[in-house]
Design a protein around this ligand. Structure first.
Ligand SMILES: Cc1cc2nc3c(=O)[nH]c(=O)nc-3n(C[C@H](O)[C@H](O)[C@H](O)COP(=O)(O)OP(=O)(O)OC[C@H]3O[C@@H](n4cnc5c(N)ncnc54)[C@H](O)[C@@H]3O)c2cc1C
Length: 227
């Protein structure tokens, strides 16, 4: 079974200093280059906290993060690409023939039920076998792939600026999100926090920052200030 893997490939070198500089330039009589070099760490912290708290998030757009994501299903990648402020490149099922095998993602609910797992594996194996038979009959991979299920593993690179990441974490780290994209979002948040701990301190579901906005769909988790 394919396993989720999330790596932060690249990011704005000093994301929090960059954001603080962008925010401070609005009110500073000096140029941004000088601000970037001279702002103290305390000033950076204060500015980043202020921006996050006030919700004036345009400055946050100047920090960008690129992730390598492996081991998610096509069902999950379809949910991910709905986030329009992100940039994506995904392994193509038109140009890549799965000649070295193909992974499938098994939902935990199916994995924990032997009868369901048996049916699930049967269907995946049959789809893979027919996919290969179609290729052997000269059908192009772009057409043969129509028999592959939503569970088919995929790989992609996704880039988001920090504003979009905060929004994405708010929706997809929430208990309302499906388990797979939630696991993905939590793994991305963990990576992002390593390089921008101030920026992502309270990132995650909305209930990290205030009462749940989900109304009757709320999971019921009470809001507790996290620090
Ligand atoms: C729990 C859950 C259940 C869902 N269920 C369904 C479902 O049943 N069916 C379904 O189709 N989708 C579903 N979705 C997907 C959802 O509708 C959104 O497409 C997805 O979450 C992307 O969110 P977004 O549009 O806020 O953000 P993004 O696309 O990431 O955009 C970020 C923000 O930019 C702004 N923005 C982006 N594009 C525009 C625009 N064209 N005009 C104005 N402002 C814009 C908005 O403020 C937006 O919030 C679900 C999502 C979640 C989290």
């Amino acid at each position: 079974m394919a396993e989720l893997s999330v790596k932060l490939l690249e990011h704005t070198p000093e994301p929090e200093r960059t954001i603080a500089t962008a925010a401070r330039i609005c009110y500073a009589p000096v140029d941004a280059d000088e601000l970037f070099r001279t702002l103290s760490d305390e000033e950076v912290e204060k500015l980043v906290n202020l921006i996050i708290k006030s919700g004036h998030l345009s400055a946050v757009e100047h920090a960008v993060f690129t992730f390598a994501v492996d081991g998610i299903s096509r069902a999950c990648s379809h949910q991910l690409v709905r986030h329009r402020m992100a940039s994506f490149n995904q392994q193509s099922q038109r140009y890549v023939k799965y000649s070295h095998g193909l992974g499938f993602i098994t939902p935990p609910a199916i994995d924990g039920n032997s009868s369901a797992k048996d049916k699930f594996d049967k269907l995946n194996n049959m789809a893979l076998r027919i996919y290969r038979e179609l290729l052997e009959e000269g059908i192009k991979a772009e057409d043969a792939r129509y028999v592959l299920p939503n569970s088919t593993e995929t790989k992609l690179v996704v880039t988001m600026n920090a504003r979009e990441l905060l929004h994405f974490f708010s929706l997809r780290c929430c208990n309302r999100a499906q388990w797979e994209i939630k696991n993905l979002a939590l793994a991305m948040l963990e990576e992002a926090k390593k390089v921008a701990p101030l920026l992502f301190k309270e990132a995650g579901p909305s209930c990290n920052r205030g009462p749940c906005p989900e109304g009757k769909f709320s999971c019921g988790k009470p809001w507790k200030k996290i620090r």
